[in-house]
Ligand binder design. Structure first.
Ligand code: SF4
Ligand code: FES
Length: 278
C-alpha cells in the first residue's frame, strides 16, 4: 500500500538500496541529466534547466544517477548545498515517490535505466509532473492522490445486518485481488490523463480502480452501493474520456481500463435498477 514519502530534501534514501551497482559490470559512461528546476511554485522566475553530468553504469536507474550526482557534488549524502530536490526512497518501485517526466513521459525514475532513457547524446531530460502542484525541482505535492481516494468510500464500518458468511475468497480470487492491490499512489495515471488537471474534478483511474477492487472483495461488498453512487457523482466514472493513457503508464501494470469499464457497467446497472424500483 502507499506510504507518504517526504521530499528528498528531508529524507535520505537508503544508499544500500540504490540501484547504482545493478549494472556495475558494464563500463561506466558519462550522462547529462538536464533537470528542470524551480525553487518553489510561487517563484516561477527561478525556473531554469541545470545540466548535471554523472558517470555511471548504463544499468543505473535515473534516480540512482541523480543520487550519484548529488553525492559527487556534495561529497556526501547530505542534503546541504544546492542539490536538485527529488523524492523517493525505496528504489524498487514500491513507494511511488519518484514519479516524474523522463524525456517528457511520466515514469518512475527508479525503474528506468539511464541508458534506456538517454538520447543519442547521452542526455536525459527530467521535469516534475505537471498535474500536481510543484514543491521544488522534481518534487510535487501528491497529496491530491489521497484526497481523491477519500472521495470514495473505500472502507468503513460494516452496516448492521450485512452478511458475514462467504467472506473468505477462494485461493485464486485472493491471488487476483492481491495482484490488483498493487497501486503505489505514484500519480502517473493522473499525470497522463487528458481529463485530469490541477483544477479537474475527475477522480481519475486510480480511484475508479480502487472502487472496483474494494467492490470485488468479500469484506468490501457491503459498501458497494455507496461506492457506486459516489462514482456516479460529477467527476466520477462518466468523466472518463477513454483515452486509455493511464494503463500505458501505470508502473504496477494494473488493468485500469478494465476496472473503469467494470465500474461504468455497474453504475449503469445500478441506475437502471434504481429507476425500475422507484
Ligand atoms: S493506478 Fe498505477 S499509475 Fe495510478 S497511482 Fe496507482 S500505480 Fe500509479
Ligand atoms: S523510489 Fe520508490 S517508487 Fe521509485
Amino acid at each position: 500500500m502507499a506510504k507518504s514519502i517526504p521530499p528528498q530534501e528531508q529524507q535520505e534514501p537508503s544508499s544500500t538500496k540504490a540501484p547504482a551497482a545493478a549494472g556495475s559490470a558494464a563500463p561506466e559512461q558519462e550522462y547529462t541529466l538536464a533537470v528542470q528546476r524551480q525553487d518553489a511554485l510561487e517563484k516561477p522566475e527561478t525556473r531554469r534547466v541545470d545540466e548535471l553530468r554523472v558517470r555511471c553504469s548504463p544499468g543505473t536507474s535515473v534516480l540512482g544517477a541523480l543520487k550519484l550526482e548529488r553525492e559527487a557534488r556534495d561529497g556526501s549524502t547530505s542534503k546541504s548545498g544546492g542539490s536538485v530536490a527529488w523524492e523517493g526512497d525505496c528504489f524498487d518501485g514500491s513507494c511511488g515517490g519518484c514519479s516524474m517526466l523522463i524525456q517528457g513521459k511520466v515514469a518512475l525514475a527508479c525503474s528506468v535505466p539511464v541508458a534506456k532513457a538517454a538520447d543519442k547524446d547521452q542526455r536525459v531530460r527530467l521535469a516534475p509532473m505537471r498535474h500536481f502542484p510543484l514543491v521544488r525541482d522534481l518534487v510535487v505535492d501528491r497529496s491530491r492522490v489521497q484526497r481523491l481516494l477519500s472521495l470514495v468510500p473505500l472502507q468503513g464500518p460494516r452496516t448492521a445486518g450485512a452478511p458475514v458468511q462467504s467472506e473468505t475468497p477462494s485461493a485464486i480470487h485472493a491471488l487476483e485481488l492481491a495482484r490488483l492491490d498493487q497501486c503505489n499512489r505514484c500519480g502517473a495515471c493522473l499525470e497522463a490523463c487528458p481529463q485530469y488537471g490541477v483544477h479537474s474534478e475527475f477522480v481519475g483511474a486510480l480511484t475508479l480502480h480502487e472502487a472496483h477492487l474494494r467492490n470485488s472483495t468479500p469484506s468490501g461488498r457491503h459498501q458497494r452501493t455507496e461506492r457506486l453512487e459516489a462514482m456516479m457523482a460529477p467527476g466520477g466514472v462518466n468523466s472518463c474520456g477513454k483515452a486509455q493513457n493511464c494503463v500505458e503508464v501505470c508502473p504496477a501494470q494494473l488493468p485500469l481500463v478494465d476496472s473503469i469499464q467494470s465500474v461504468a457497467r455497474a453504475t449503469t446497472k445500478h441506475m437502471l435498477l434504481g429507476w425500475l424500483f422507484k
